[in-house]
Design a protein around this ligand. Structure first.
Ligand SMILES: *[C@@H]1O[C@H](CO)[C@@H](O)[C@H](O)[C@H]1NC(C)=O
Ligand SMILES: *[C@@H]1O[C@H](CO)[C@@H](O)[C@H](O)[C@H]1NC(C)=O
Length: 102
């Protein structure tokens, strides 16, 4: 049973690494535009899935994903939607938190 658990964790890690180049930094907030670009290279599908799981974010277009703030929820690069930024999303350099323009 332990062997099975380790195997499934290994597959999970391999899957995550195949999806993006660099993991979003644990507990940071990042704009969709930042996550779609290097070094993160998340896919549109990953951002769409995160937004879909967040009831507080309305249905948005793919273009609006860039103006959405995402929360990095673990050290493996998992993200959840945080907020759709009506006035735009402001990216900060490096690991500093991005924020919605108010
Ligand atoms: C991430 O995306 C950038 C821009 O498209 C590209 O130059 C870079 O090679 C990608 N990095 C990885 C590790 O895929
Ligand atoms: C996200 O939700 C939209 C609108 O309900 C739907 O069309 C799309 O298939 C969903 N995508 C994913 C990856 O859940």
């Amino acid at each position: 049973m332990l062997g099975k658990l380790i195997l499934s964790v290994g597959l999970f890690l391999a899957g995550v690494q195949a999806q993006q180049a660099a993991n979003c930094d644990y507990l940071s907030l990042k704009c969709g535009s930042a996550l779609l670009g290097a070094p993160y290279n998340y896919t549109t599908a990953q951002l769409v899935a995160a937004v879909n799981d967040t009831a507080s974010i309305p249905i948005i277009t793919v273009a609006q994903l860039s103006e959405t703030l995402f929360h990095c929820t673990d050290i493996l690069g998992a993200i959840t939607g945080n907020a759709y930024c009506f006035a735009g999303c402001d990216t900060k350099a490096g690991v500093r938190n991005d924020q919605c323009i108010v």
